[in-house]
Write a protein of this length. Structure first.
Length: 263
């Protein structure tokens, strides 16, 4: 695991927002994830008022805003707030979750956190804070990396503490006062390539630095034709999520849950 994480607000590389901002709009991964999330919001009847917790540069908030949702982005890093504003996100709050909860406790109808929780050492405490944000029966949606079998040095370099299964998430959410109403894996066709490109080299003693160039290459950010092709291969997942069908395998988890009690 990565050392000296205490110097970060969360366990996240110092240049993470800057590197991502340069390639998010062209990334097949962000584009597909956003399409899946918007369909999940519609299928699960999320209210228009939605809070994106740890929303980074606003790439997901923008997709939701364009779909007609009134999104408020909460982000602890100033670089993320500035980049979100450049993208046209109307409502941004520069704050940690710890500082923001007391201001709005028990008043938010719906919130999401997308590839955030794996960066937080005490994920149970984090979910308890999310519970405190929400009004009764409030909804949440989240994504996290899936399966410890896919753990590699890439996770360590990104500041991840863990990867999850859907059963893991169902259990931890229940302890924080949430009932899961829909769950699925996605990025199903990426599982094998990820294992071959990340896990197998680690098993052979090969460590690859997660450089900006490597990240852009993996996201196909410089190859729009390949990006479009990959998205076309994964398009069926969007329909599955729209119909609330569970996809049995993937490199990411997607969860929708409802607050059932205060903690």
């Amino acid at each position: 695991m990565v050392e000296n994480r205490e110097k970060w607000i969360v366990s996240y590389p110092d240049d993470g927002n800057t590197v991502c901002f340069e390639m998010e709009d062209m990334s097949f991964w962000y584009q597909h994830r956003n399409e899946c999330l918007v369909e999940a919001m519609k299928a699960n009847h999320f209210p228009k008022d939605f809070y994106d917790i740890g929303g980074g540069n606003g790439i997901t908030a923008l997709a939701m805003q364009n779909a007609g949702y009134e999104v408020t982005l909460i982000e602890p890093y100033l670089s993320g707030i500035q980049n979100s504003q450049k993208r046209g996100i109307r409502n941004t709050v520069h704050s940690t979750l710890e500082d923001y909860v007391p201001k709005v406790e028990g008043t938010i109808p719906a919130a999401g956190f997308f590839d955030v929780m794996e960066h937080i050492e005490d994920d149970q405490a984090f979910l308890n804070k999310i519970n405190h944000l929400l009004e009764s029966n409030g909804l949440i949606m989240l994504t996290v990396p899936a399966f410890n079998s896919l753990w590699s040095d890439n996770d360590e370099q990104l500041g991840h503490f863990r990867r999850y299964t859907l059963n893991d998430l169902t259990s931890i959410l229940a302890k924080s006062g949430f009932e899961v109403t829909y769950k699925t894996y996605f990025f199903s066709l990426v599982w094998l390539p990820m294992w071959l490109m990340r896990v197998l080299p680690n098993k052979l003693g090969i460590v690859k630095k997660n450089s900006p160039e490597k990240k852009k290459s993996e996201h196909m950010a410089g190859n729009p034709s390949t990006s479009r092709f990959l998205r076309s291969l994964l398009k069926w997942e969007i329909s599955a999520i729209k119909n609330k069908t569970k996809i049995p395998v993937g490199t990411s988890c997607l969860i929708v849950a409802k607050k059932t009690r205060n903690v």
